[in-house]
Ligand binder design. Sequence first.
Ligand SMILES: [Zn+2]
Length: 383
Amino acid sequence: MDNFFGDEIEKIVFISEEQLKSRNTNKLYGKYFKDTKIFNIFPEELKERGEFLCEILPKGSNPTNDNLCAIETEESIEFYSEGKKIKIESYSLYQNIFSRNKGILETDVMSKKRAVILGCGSVGSLVAMELARSGVGNFLLVDPDVMEYHNICRHQCGIEDVGDLKINALTRKLKNINPKINIEKFEGVVENVPKTMLDEFCKPGDTVFVGCADNRAADVYANQISIYYSAYFISVGFWERACAGEIFYHIPNKGMPCYECALGSGSNLSSRVQANHHVYSNKEDIEAVKFEPGISVDINFITTIGIKLIIDMLNSNNKNYIPRLLNHLRQYTIVCNTNNPEIGGEMLEIFSYPLQVTTSLVVGFGKKQCKEKNKCKYELEEK
Ligand SMILES: [Zn+2]
């Protein structure tokens, strides 16, 4: 392809500085894009996702006539295409990926942050992808399910991932954003994650537990363990067809009620929560649930508000960071996608306008023993 002036566009190689200096590899993988004449050499961690491009030939070799030929030099690698030397554009993997976050999020701070994603469906996959884009460097993905065709219209993964575990599919997507990311995986539900695994993963002040399994019992349990690890907690759940959703967060050691204190557990769920019981599924009556989860854009609008809160919480000890929502949104927030009762039933009449985000709902210490002491019983437990 030629440019406007009729000059031929030169071929060019994109490769990381790390790989240019590395001496451990001799085969390069990635993609060649004919229209742009760009060879994108994938980082080592992603090589199995690329096509084989060429082998690195030893110092002093003669260039071949192949579309891409690489020859080792004293300190670097030279590239040739059809026998002609071509340009290299090298980049620092980490700095370039996160360069557009500069001045907003500190890459070094974010790379230490850790997210436990409890449920890797539509909500969990979006949360994980956005946190990876914001620079979070460590994930523990928890989910027992296999990616299926009916998941695609609401999930970050697609057809090429169908048939694999959601935790594996999501891992590929996250590594495609940041190959250096550290990912631990557990195939199962939150209640079965081994304590040793959590002991190793959780670092106080840097960890958030994200409850996105649409299961209140799991949220109650997850908040209890987040307190044990002095970690942040958030859950994102939905009303029928995602016409509205609920976000609940908990910051440890601030005297806040936990999910169980605030909203109850099992048959003790508060009345508002009880009313949505048929929607926000509950283990005890899973058979009775006719859950219509709603369309992606509605789920994602509410989830995004939760993600903003997560980023605020993870930076709440960072003096250079200005929180977006944390000082404004209460612990329990309801967000509506529509206030039209024809879509979501009369529950929606509490909203005055579509896209309303509540800022005045207050939750307290509902459990008797917590009410007396005005402190969550889990926070009073010895660690
Ligand atoms: Zn509590």
